[in-house]
Design a protein around this ligand. Structure first.
Ligand code: HPA
Length: 275
């Protein structure tokens, strides 16, 4: 079977990024729905459109910018993805994780992944931030399905420590110093684009999920294979289906992201400062 794409394809993407945005980043950040403002606050900002990176997918979500931004945050050099790739857009799962392997080639060792998510746990309300400590993926597909590129890691790899406990501890310390709550939780991955049914949310709750969303997990799996440490922060944009009975809308999801922006930016910047 032919591989989905070759190691050289990833290298070409990485070479183009290195040329335009430099290298030796202290960390990368993937910005979730409604959370893209973080990139605007970077100093010495340089922008590279996904469309100008060879082999890179191009975002189809209308409100996502579809660009890589390099810049400095609290003295640390950061590469930020403003816009990500979702399975529901029609990408294959390996394509949704493509940028993470490119990050590996750029030498990135720490990745902060953010997302908007529905709250399942009774402890949560919209606007809360959750440090994801583990995940549940019910779909059989994987970004690593198909022939393995051994340059990125072994075929069968461990998933127990990809959500890095020292990065999570740093996030909790930052939240405490900032005077706001940060919960720990389990993220359930659903393919979307439809939001879940109340019965699906009941099932996810029984399984131990605290938040639910349509991204992140393929990126985390890629990071686990190639040895990138992950901190994942979910922003609870709405309560999940059946919990309040209110309809869930994309506007609500984006609006909560914007409302929570200041706290979210201070958490991410504080974590970056402490890296
Ligand atoms: N379900 C799935 N994905 C989401 C949700 C949700 O309720 N809110 C934001 N992303």
């Amino acid at each position: 079977m032919k591989h989905k794409c070759s190691f050289e394809d990833y290298q070409k993407s990485a070479d183009a990024i290195r040329e335009e945005l430099g290298a030796e980043f202290d960390a990368a950040v993937i910005l979730g729905s409604g959370l893209g403002d973080f990139a605007d606050g970077l100093e010495k900002m340089k922008i590279l459109k996904y469309a100008d990176i060879p082999n890179f997918p191009v975002s189809t979500v209308s409100y996502q910018k579809g660009e890589l931004v390099s810049g400095v945050c609290r003295g640390k050099k950061i590469l930020a993805m403003n816009g990500r790739f979702h399975y529901y857009e029609g990408w294959e799962m390996w394509q949704t994780a493509y940028p993470v392997f490119v990050m590996k080639l750029l030498g990135i060792k720490k990745l902060i992944i953010t997302n908007a998510a529905g709250g399942i746990s009774d402890r949560l309300t919209p606007g809360d931030l959750v440090c994801v400590r583990d995940h549940i993926k019910l779909t059989a597909d994987s970004p690593l399905r198909g022939p393995n590129l051994s340059q990125f890691g072994v075929r069968f790899f461990d998933m127990q420590s990809v959500y890095d406990s020292s990065l999570a501890a740093l996030a909790h310390k930052t939240a405490k110093e900032g005077g706001f709550s940060l919960y720990d939780g389990v993220y359930a991955y659903m393919g979307g684009p439809q939001y879940e049914t109340p019965a699906e949310i009941k099932m996810l709750k029984l399984l131990g999920a605290d938040v639910v969303g349509m991204s992140t997990v393929p990126e985390v799996i890629a990071a686990a294979q190639c040895g990138i440490r992950v901190l994942c922060i979910s922003c609870v944009s709405n309560m999940a289906a059946g919990i309040t009975g209110a309809a869930i809308t994309e506007q609500e999801v984006l609006e909560t992201g914007r409302l929570i922006g200041t706290r979210f930016r201070s958490l991410i910047s504080g974590v970056i400062e402490g890296l």
